[in-house]
Write a protein of this length. Structure first.
Length: 92
């Protein structure tokens, strides 16, 4: 489900596992936003719960239409300071 109507101009992508669905849904959402964001300096994509930002980043390189309309400027990661050392020590 892609929600496009909001006073805050928020598009919500909700389709189960974000890692599996983010590329397709994000591509669609960015393409729909293109005409609405022509005067914007940037778009922030908030990915709470996403452990690996690679699927989001790849969207900006893999999808030709998105690549032509947008550029990825950076990725900001926020961690849980209370548990970060525990997670870094985990063997995977």
């Amino acid at each position: 489900v892609i929600k496009e109507s909001s006073d805050e101009q928020i598009i919500e992508v909700m389709n189960g596992c974000i890692c599996c669905t983010v590329r397709g849904d994000l591509s669609v959402a960015l393409k729909r936003l293109r005409s609405k964001t022509a005067g914007f300096d940037g778009i922030i994509i908030e990915t709470t719960g996403l452990a690996d930002p690679a699927p989001v980043a790849q969207t900006f390189f893999v999808d030709e239409e998105v690549r032509d309309a947008y550029s990825l400027d950076g990725i900001i990661t926020v961690v849980d300071a209370k548990h970060v050392l525990e997670h870094l020590r985990e063997e995977k």
